[in-house]
Ligand binder design. Structure first.
Ligand code: FAD
Length: 381
């Protein structure tokens, strides 16, 4: 009987864990000693960082989507179905299609998703760039924009910690190139006392906002939207009137059909910060956005966590011994600061980030990464 590794989720973390594990266990899989399966509700993979560029008509949405099968190592089995329930006692996952998949080791990589319905009126009147459909719709709204008040309102936690700042700075630069900037009033709202939860990013963003005449409203937690009057209300009692509302809606994890007892509040999985095991379960790991760790929900985090988990899984599935690789909270995010310049942050649990001066070369590196992401996913670079 082969030992079975089952990965739920065919996004960034799920593909990386499966491909990295397959690279280390290739011979064992071919000898039928190990079986690696990815269970994904989608059979296409979507490169989410591209949404930002789609909104400004800088990328073709068709270039962001590829079939999952093309991105998986040949020895990995792919099951296109939705995980419905995890039964940790019998070590099985039940799918929506009624299939029962047994496992010896389970990786939960179900990501995060937006939940705009939690704010009354938001889904009716707001735009976002957090889904491909949303980015395409926002692209249309921006193409039709001739002036007025643009409000960018952020809810936390959300994936890609810097994307709202990037969108705001790109909007400013985009409006200038179109000769529209003087006709626009841009307001950015954020839930805590500063422009970002990471102090160095907040300091950078606040200076840029001031320099570019972008209004900042802090302590602004979205409560409801008056869709007739086009006013966004906050829980703190303040309002922002808008002609175009762009939001980063609240995010939630996937509750595996609401039937799994493993997830905690917000459907995030309580995760050990070093070994990334779901608490109380030695053979279940959580990777990527779905953890409750105090780290950014970012593709880079999914990548660094996947390296740790796959290395340990290769050891466990080879000789039952865990090599003891640990995750140190490593994260890296590019920050587009306009249409031609970018900066970045790099940090871990012990070392907070600094924000270097934006440059064209960092923007070039980001553009390059957008092209080589596919190879990174396949674990061939
Ligand atoms: C606009 C935007 C810009 C971004 N920019 C950056 C950036 O510049 N840098 C960066 O590092 N990150 C960025 N990110 C964040 C990055 O895309 C995510 O953090 C990353 O994709 C997380 O990987 P994941 O595997 O945890 O989740 P995902 O990639 O979202 O994958 C989760 C997968 O699990 C599947 N799934 C969920 N539930 C089930 C179930 N019950 N059964 C089966 N399958 C299921 C989903 O369908 C999905 O395919 C950005 C995100 C957005 C939206």
């Amino acid at each position: 009987m082969p030992k079975r590794l089952l990965v739920i989720g065919s996004g960034t973390a799920g593909l990386m864990v499966a491909n990295l594990a397959a690279r280390g266990l290739d011979a064992k899989v071919r000898r039928h000693e190990v079986e690696i399966t990815v269970l994904g509700e989608r059979d296409d993979y979507v490169y989410q960082p591209g949404f930002l560029y789609v909104a400004f008509d800088l990328m073709d949405p068709r270039n962001l989507v590829r079939p999952v099968r093309d991105l998986l190592h040949p020895v990995v089995r792919f099951v296109h179905d939705r995980a419905q329930r995890v039964d940790a006692d019998s070590r099985t996952v039940l799918t929506q299609g009624g299939v029962s998949l047994p496992y010896d080791y389970l990786v939960i990589a179900t990501g995060s998703r937006i939940s705009p319905e939690e704010v009354p009126g938001l889904a009716d009147d707001a735009h976002w760039f957090y889904t491909l459909e949303g980015a395409v719709k926002l692209r249309e709204a921006l193409q039709n924009l001739r002036g007025g008040r643009v409000a960018i309102s952020v809810g936390i936690p959300h994936k890609c910690p810097v994307a709202p700042v990037e969108f705001t700075l790109m909007l400013d630069a985009w409006a200038r190139t179109r000769g529209l900037r003087d006709q626009l009033e841009i307001t950015y709202t954020y839930p805590v006392a500063r422009a970002h939860t990471i102090p160095a990013v907040a300091e950078f963003a606040e200076a840029e906002f001031e320099r570019r005449d972008i209004k900042l409203e802090t302590f602004f937690n979205m409560e409801s939207v008056d869709t007739q009057g086009h006013v966004l209300h906050s829980q703190e009692g303040t309002d922002v009137a808008y002609d175009l509302l762009v939001t980063v809606p609240p995010h939630r994890g996937d509750a595996l059909g609401g039937d799994s007892s493993l997830a905690g509040g917000g459907n995030w999985y309580p995760t050990d910060r070093q070994f990334l095991q779901v608490q109380g379960h030695d053979n279940i790991f959580a990777v990527g956005d779905t953890t409750d760790l105090p780290v950014s929900k970012a593709g880079s985090v999914a990548h660094f966590e996947s390296e740790v988990v796959s290395d340990n899984l290769v050891g466990l599935l080879s000789d039952g011994h865990r090599p003891g690789h640990t995750y140190a909270g490593r994260a890296f995010c590019f920050i587009e600061t306009g249409l031609e310049e970018a900066t970045y942050i790099s940090f871990d649990f012990q070392h907070p980030p600094v924000v270097p001066t934006p440059s064209r070369s960092i923007h070039f590196f980001k553009q390059t990464y957008n092209q080589i992401h596919w190879a990174n996913l396949k674990a061939v670079i």
